[in-house]
Ligand binder design. Structure first.
Ligand code: GAR
Length: 193
């Protein structure tokens, strides 16, 4: 079984990043290491998690680059230097463009807090709640050129309990994510030769 260097990209809180790191520590994900966390905002709470968990991180802010291409080229150089094989987006709120997509074909994975193709975009939980859906869920998928549109790898769903607030729904969604994402990471890393 070969060893895999992985990178996680995050923009915010970082609970999914922590769930993946914990799964590695607890050997629910085997023969893998998060060699680099990419964060796109210097104030993101995920940075404190990375410090606490002693995971190397790099803050790469779009505003410091003249184009999205240059921004991604810089990220790519960091990933190559660490020999990263897989990228797992975990609440990374930027669209991945061709520079990274071409460098990592079928090796960039995203988690989305809705049952795609419903409720694409950055506010999926609130959007589904406002729409009044009775079945909520999460999707893990390959990242492609189309926003939230790549091939689906796994989904989980649950039924809405009448009277639940959006915060309660969000808590249930996160609990599902923290279980499913590490399981999918493990499967993807080790189902190939
Ligand atoms: C997660 O719910 C993830 O599914 C969502 O952001 C949250 C990040 O939480 N991603 C998207 O909405 C992508 N469009 P976290 O920072 O605590 O892991």
């Amino acid at each position: 079984m070969s060893f895999h260097n992985i990178s996680v990209f995050a923009s915010g809180n970082g609970t999914n990043f922590e769930a993946i790191e914990k799964a590695i520590e607890e050997h629910r994900i085997h023969d893998a290491k998060i060699v680099l966390l990419i964060v796109d905002h210097k104030d993101a709470p995920v940075i404190d998690r990375a410090r606490r968990l002693k995971v190397p991180y790099a803050i790469v802010e779009r505003k410091d680059y003249e184009s999205k291409e240059k921004y991604e080229e810089h990220i790519l150089a960091l990933l190559k230097a660490k020999e990263v094989e897989w990228i797992f987006l975990a609440g990374y709120m930027k669209i991945i463009e061709h520079t990274l997509l071409d460098a990592y074909p079928n090796r960039i994975i995203n988690i989305h807090p809705a049952l795609l193709p419903a409720f694409k975009g950055a506010h999926a939980i609130q959007d589904s709640y406002d729409y009044g859906v009775k079945v909520f869920g999460i999707t893990i998928h390959y990242v492609s050129k189309e926003l939230d549109g790549g091939k689906i790898i796994a989904q989980k769903a649950f039924e809405y309990t009448e009277g639940e607030t959006v915060e309660e729904v969000e808590t249930r969604i996160h609990a599902l994510e923290h279980a499913l994402y590490p399981a999918v990471v493990e499967k993807l890393l080790h189902e190939e030769k």
